[in-house]
Design a binder for this molecule. Structure first.
Ligand code: SAH
Ligand code: MG
Length: 211
């Protein structure tokens, strides 16, 4: 059976969007979201940025008749601040002088015709997780990459994952030469918890199933 494919309009918007998700990993995320969507529960992303990966959750959510949720304070991660490696001056709000990816995110969703499938949660991930109260079919962790942030995302959101739901983690680099270690540590912790079964790996994307 062929893997499920996103709508061509979704893919065009994905290619045009700013962000940090290569196509092969995006398609693996889409496959996981399609599978998790069958649970009939919302799909949640931590780390919206400009909506590149959100598009794929939204497309899968539309097909499954569920909602995609995406959490971000929209002020950028450490490595995206001015002077750092991943800074993009186009996403600075000139009025307040800080990053603001929310307007760009909204344009991304609009371009794909996927605004109605998505609820944007604007705030700090642990603060949103602390008030969250309903089960999720998928949790995609792609927010802050410090140990503090990645750990808080894991601890805050995985308790909301329904049995059979999927935990997806981006930027898992077992070799420190390839990238930061916090997402890798979260992945190892999930496996060691005994609550998750390992699933497919594509690039730095890892899929685990909650038992
Ligand atoms: N998923 C995106 C990339 C996300 S980049 C893509 O595929 O293109 C990481 C994002 O996490 C940034 O936008 C940053 O603002 C957000 N972030 C970092 N720490 C956060 C926190 N503690 N709470 C909410 N958002 C956070
Ligand atoms: Mg990432």
């Amino acid at each position: 059976m062929n893997p499920p494919a996103p709508d061509p309009r979704t893919l065009a918007a994905f290619e045009a969007a700013k962000g940090f998700m290569p196509l092969d990993e995006g398609l693996a995320l889409y496959a996981a979201a399609t599978e998790a969507g069958a649970l009939g529960l919302p799909l949640l992303e931590v780390g919206t940025y400009c909506g590149r990966s959100t598009l794929l959750l939204a497309d899968a959510a539309r097909r499954a008749g569920v909602t995609a949720l995406t959490v971000d304070h929209h002020r950028g991660s450490e490595e995206q601040q001015p002077g750092w490696e991943y800074h993009d001056p186009e996403v600075v709000d000139p009025v307040v002088g800080r990053m603001d990816t929310l307007p760009t995110f909204r344009r991304t969703l609009h371009a794909a015709g996927l605004e109605e499938q998505v609820v944007a949660l604007v705030g700090r991930s642990p603060q949103v997780a602390a008030v969250w109260g309903s089960p999720l079919g998928l949790v995609f962790i792609d927010g802050g990459h410090t140990e503090e942030h990645a750990t808080a995302d894991y601890e805050g959101w995985t308790p909301h994952l329904a049995p059979g739901g999927l935990l997806v983690i981006h930027d898992v680099f077992p070799d420190p030469a390839d990238g930061g270690q916090a997402p890798h540590h979260v992945h190892e912790r999930a496996l060691a918890s005994g609550h998750f079964h390992p699933g497919p790996a594509t690039g730095s994307l890892r899929v685990l199933r909650r038992g």
